[in-house]
Design a protein around this ligand. Structure first.
Ligand code: SAM
Length: 278
């Protein structure tokens, strides 16, 4: 047995350090080490990879990650109580676990973790989407992201054109990454249980994404899905001269946002960018 497996059960850690879950920090802990092991395995081959974990909490997923072949784990946590509670795990990890106290939204992950790097996390749901958008901007710097989301967010990430779930998040995520929903976990798997089911999703960077600039992609998807029931010729008016943008992108003015595939949005983003430059 590794020294990590000799550590006290997570429930004891929670009781000893008084880690009552704080809703404002999106704390829903996983205490079943079989489940955390399953998530760590879902991340795939981590040999030689530095794993970044956001929000280790009492350390269940962190333990599982340290039991893989990963070169090491860098865990970023905002809650000082958890930092204190994780001291024994840092010691048991014998130099493979670095704890960083701070806000993951502000953290320069690349400076903390050498390449090759991957992110594996049971995300705090209140900041899961902004965290993901930040990583998608620079996803080529990561091998993969293996992340727990609320099921509803996971559904949006993986949604295809043609339905209500398809939106900005689907387009931007699928433009930059291959999105693979892996498995669901019921609310009762967490302490305390959230209101809804959760899903582990893996995002693997696309080698050759459709060329477009991130800001332009954000602008065109915000305009189009901001008024998703309207035809493009109306919803894109906020960008100015909608008709010419649509024509340059090779789209049809009477189409609505939810009918446009990722490649169509990338073409719109390029047309928009060209016009801004002119
Ligand atoms: N990984 C643990 C587990 O699976 O049991 C805890 C997951 S819990 C859903 C989310 C964790 O993220 C909490 O420990 C919380 O304190 C932490 N957290 C919340 N907001 C954060 C932020 N902005 N930056 C870093 N950690 C954050």
């Amino acid at each position: 047995m590794s020294r990590i497996d000799d550590l006290p059960p997570l429930r004891d850690v929670i009781a000893r350090f008084d880690l009552g879950a704080r809703k404002a920090l999106g704390q829903n802990f996983l205490l079943d080490l079989n489940l955390t092991g399953r998530i760590a395995r879902a991340a795939g081959d981590l040999a030689g990879v530095t794993v970044v974990e956001v929000g280790p909490g009492p350390g269940g997923l962190t333990r599982a990650l340290l039991n893989t072949d990963a070169a090491g784990v860098v865990a970023i946590e905002r809650d000082a109580r958890c930092i204190t509670a994780l001291a024994d795990l840092v010691e048991a990890a014998e130099g493979r676990l670095r704890l960083v106290e701070g806000d993951a939204l502000e953290a320069a992950v690349e400076a903390l973790a050498p390449a090759p790097r991957a992110i594996v996390a049971n995300l705090p749901y209140n900041v899961a989407t902004p965290l993901l958008i930040g990583w998608l901007r620079r996803i080529e710097r990561f091998r993969s992201l293996t992340l727990m989301f609320q099921r509803e967010v996971a559904d949006r990430l993986a949604a295809k054109p043609g339905g209500k779930t398809y939106g900005r998040l689907s387009v931007i995520a699928q433009w930059r990454a291959e999105v693979r929903p892996l498995f669901n976990l019921p609310a009762r798997a967490f302490t305390p249980p959230p209101k809804i089911e959760s899903t582990v999703v893996q995002l693997v960077p696309r080698q050759a994404p459709e060329p477009a600039e991130f800001e332009a992609m954000e602008a065109v998807t915000a305009a189009a899905f901001g008024q998703r029931r309207k035809m493009l010729r109306a919803s894109l008016k906020s960008l100015g001269d909608a008709e010419s943008l649509i024509e340059r992108a090779g789209l049809v003015p009477t189409q609505r946002a939810e009918e446009i595939p990722v490649a169509g949005f990338a073409a719109l983003a390029r047309a928009y960018r060209e016009r801004v430059e002119r």
